[in-house]
Write a protein that binds this ligand. Structure first.
Ligand code: FPP
Length: 228
């Protein structure tokens, strides 16, 4: 969800106003995904590297999270959204930790859309924590075992990764899970990423041929490239 800061700066507003607007955009995106039959949405809200931002912005993002947790849960429940927070818990305040746990518990029985909010998350952190856990349990680090030990093991790998704000890189997002994801880059700043922009991304996705290592002819013959 890149581009909140630039959206605000362009309007001579504080960066935090951009993040607030980003929150509205996220709300709109969740609803639109749910209406379009998307069953898993994973968003990058705060990276392991975002601690390096000015203290005021970091505390503003923490406050925004707390406000979102208290305000958004009733609406998420209405929409059938189940929340998961994905990322390192160490480093987060007790207040934030309690808020995350409460929101997860309050939405635990919803089944329409799984919303993974990556917070204090980094793709490398996830790979390292999964490997450490396997080693601590005396297990062999295989692809299958590592995948099952990752923080996102409760959902399938993403089909489509959208990055807004014009940058064309993953910036430590879903490094393991992105192996076969289709990547889509939008020049729109996140607060401007609306339903039409989402539809454009989904339409572009449907035009991609997903081969998973097979040839085009094989895919055409079997119809589903993931089939053995
Ligand atoms: C990246 O844009 C965005 C973030 C670091 C924060 C994303 C947060 C939200 C969309 C609000 C929802 C928040 C929570 C806590 C659920 P940027 O600030 O790097 O933008 P820039 O590249 O224009 O500076």
């Amino acid at each position: 969800m890149d581009g909140n800061g630039r959206w605000a700066t362009k309007r001579f507003l504080p960066r935090l106003v951009g993040h607030q607007q980003g929150m509205s955009s996220l709300r709109r995106c969740i609803k639109a995904c749910s209406e379009r039959g998307v069953t898993v949405l994973t968003v990058f809200a705060f990276s392991s590297e975002n601690w390096n931002r000015p203290a005021e912005e970091v505390s503003g993002l923490m406050d925004l999270l707390m406000v979102a947790l208290s305000r958004e849960v009733p609406e998420l429940n209405k929409e059938g959204v189940r929340l998961h927070f994905v990322g390192e818990r160490t480093g987060l305040s007790d207040k934030v930790l309690a808020g995350l746990a409460q929101a997860e518990a309050a939405t635990a029985s919803n089944t329409r859309l799984v919303l993974n909010v990556c917070f204090n998350y980094g793709g490398r952190w996830d790979i390292a924590q999964a490997a450490s856990r396997l080693i601590a349990q005396g297990k062999i680090v295989t692809e299958l075992a590592l995948g099952a030990a990752m923080a996102l093991a409760h959902v399938p790998d993403p089909d489509l990764i959208i990055r807004t704000g014009g940058e064309q890189r993953l910036s430590n997002f879903l490094l393991w899970q992105a192996a076969y994801a289709e990547l889509y880059f939008s020049d729109k700043l996140w607060p401007e990423f609306d339903e039409a922009a989402l539809d454009e991304a989904l339409a572009a996705y449907t035009q991609r041929e997903r081969r998973f290592g097979k040839t085009s002819a094989q895919v055409a013959a079997i119809g589903d490239a993931t089939a053995k």
